[in-house]
Ligand binder design. Structure first.
Ligand SMILES: NC(=O)c1ccc[n+]([C@@H]2O[C@H](COP(=O)([O-])OP(=O)(O)OC[C@H]3O[C@@H](n4cnc5c(N)ncnc54)[C@H](O)[C@@H]3O)[C@@H](O)[C@H]2O)c1
Length: 332
C-alpha cells in the first residue's frame, strides 16, 4: 500500500514522512518543483529513511503532474498549501490557485484513480476568533484572512467530493503545530530564533492566545486517520489540538526561562495584523479525535508544552540548524 504525501518537504510533511517510513509505510513524496533541485526539509532526514522514500517533483495546480503523482498510490494526504497569513494579504490569488484549485485537482484525480482514502489537512484558522471555547468541529467558520478563506474552500471542496461522488474523504484540522524545522514565519520559531541571535525580539501583538500541538502529536493524529478502518470516518472533520491555550506574551516568558535569557520585546508595527484579521483566541475541543481516532496528545497541557518547547529549542540550539534561519526584521 503506497501513500502519496503532498507538502512532504515542508515542516509537518517532513516529520510525517519520517514517522510513516519508520512505521513501515511506502511513501511517495510530492515535492513542489523548484530550480534549486531541493527536497526541502526531507534533505535533513536520516539516510536510511531517505533511501526508502520515492520522490516525485510536481505541482498540485498542474493536472498532468497530479495524474502522475497519484498513479499507483492507494491513499493521499494533502498537506500542500500556501500557509503564511501575511503573504496571503499580498498574493491572495496564489492562495486560491494552490489551496482551492490545487486541492480540487487532487480530489478529481483521486476520484478518477479510485483512491481508498483522501486525508485533507485543514487548519484551526478557519474558525477565526473563538466565539465559544473550547472550539469543536461545529464552531462557525469565520475567515479572517485570505489564507483562512482558501482553506475553508479547500475543505469544503473535499467534503463536497465525498457527498457528491462518495470519495472517501476525511478532513483533519490541526490547531497551531510547532517543533523542529518550522518556518521562521511561525510564532514559536520567530521568538526562538530572534532570542538566540539577539537579545531582543521584534514581534506583533502579544495578546492572542493559541493552542499549540507538538509536531509528533499532529503526525500521529494524521497517521491514525490514515489507518483507521471505519467507514463512518468518511465525510467527517476532526480537530487535532491540545485543549490548552497560552498567550504569546506567556509563551515569550516560557521561552525566555528555558533559554535562561532576558528577552526585550520590541513591538513591530509591520507584524501587527489588521484588527479584524487578528484571531484573538483558539482553543481546541479534541473530544472527537479522542473518541474516533483514539488520539490524544502526548505533549499535553502546560507540562507537554514545556517539554515540546525544550525539544524545539534544543534543535534550534544546534548551529547547523540555526543557520537555516536568519532572524530578519520582518518576513511576510
Ligand atoms: N504549521 C501549523 O501550525 C499548521 C496548523 C494547522 C494546519 N496546518 C496545515 O498543515 C499543512 C502543512 O503546513 P506546514 O506548516 O508544514 O507548512 P509548510 O509551508 O512547511 O508546508 C507546505 C508545503 O506545501 C508545499 N506546496 C506549496 N504549494 C504547492 C504546490 N502548488 N504544489 C505542491 N506543493 C506545494 C510547499 O512546498 C511546502 O512543502 C498546510 O496544509 C497547513 O495549512 C499547519
Amino acid at each position: 500500500m503506497k501513500i502519496l504525501v503532498t507538502g512532504s518537504e515542508g515542516f509537518i510533511g517532513s516529520h510525517l514522512v519520517e514517522s510513516m517510513v519508520r512505521k513501515g509505510y511506502k511513501v511517495r513524496c510530492l515535492i513542489l518543483y523548484n530550480s534549486f533541485n531541493s527536497n526541502g526539509w526531507l534533505e535533513k532526514l536520516p539516510k536510511d529513511i531517505k533511501k526508502k522514500v520515492e520522490y516525485f517533483y510536481g505541482d498540485i495546480r498542474d493536472r498532468n503532474s497530479v495524474i502522475k503523482a497519484v498513479k499507483g498510490c492507494h491513499k493521499v494526504v494533502n498537506l500542500a498549501s500556501l500557509i503564511a497569513i501575511p503573504y496571503s494579504y499580498e498574493a491572495p490569488f496564489s492562495y486560491i490557485e494552490t489551496n482551492i484549485v490545487g486541492t480540487t485537482n487532487l480530489l478529481q484525480v483521486s476520484l478518477e484513480q479510485k483512491i481508498k482514502k483522501f486525508v485533507q489537512i485543514s487548519t484551526s484558522e478557519v474558525y477565526g476568533s473563538a466565539i465559544k471555547i473550547p472550539m469543536s468541529e461545529n464552531h462557525p467558520f469565520n475567515a479572517q484572512s485570505p489564507y483562512a478563506a482558501t482553506k475553508i474552500g479547500a475543505d469544503q471542496m473535499a467534503l463536497s467530493f465525498h457527498k457528491s461522488f462518495n470519495l472517501p474523504v476525511v478532513v483533519i484540522r490541526p490547531f497551531n503545530t510547532f517543533g523542529p524545522r518550522q518556518s521562521e514565519r511561525a510564532i514559536i520559531p520567530t521568538i526562538i530564533v530572534q532570542a538566540m541571535k539577539k537579545n531582543s525580539i521584534n514581534i506583533g501583538s502579544i495578546f492572542p492566545k493559541r493552542d499549540f500541538t507538538y509536531v509528533s502529536d499532529t503526525c500521529e493524529g494524521i497517521i491514525k486517520a490514515l489507518n483507521i478502518n471505519n467507514k463512518n470516518i468518511f465525510g467527517q472533520t476532526i480537530n487535532l489540538g491540545s485543549n490548552y491555550s497560552i498567550s504569546i506574551n506567556q509563551l515569550i516568558k516560557k521561552i525566555s526561562k528555558i533559554l535562561k535569557k532576558r528577552i526585550i520585546i520590541k513591538k513591530d508595527k509591520k507584524r501587527i495584523r489588521p484588527k479584524k484579521s487578528e484571531v484573538d483566541q483558539l482553543l481546541c475541543d479534541n473530544k472527537k479525535a479522542k473518541k474516533i481516532l483514539k488520539w490524544k496528545p502526548k505533549y499535553s497541557g502546560l507540562k507537554g508544552l514545556d517539554h515540546g518547547l525544550k525539544k524545539t529549542i534544543q534543535w534550534f540550539g544546534n548551529e547547523e540548524n540555526l543557520n537555516y534561519y536568519n532572524a530578519k526584521k520582518y518576513i511576510l
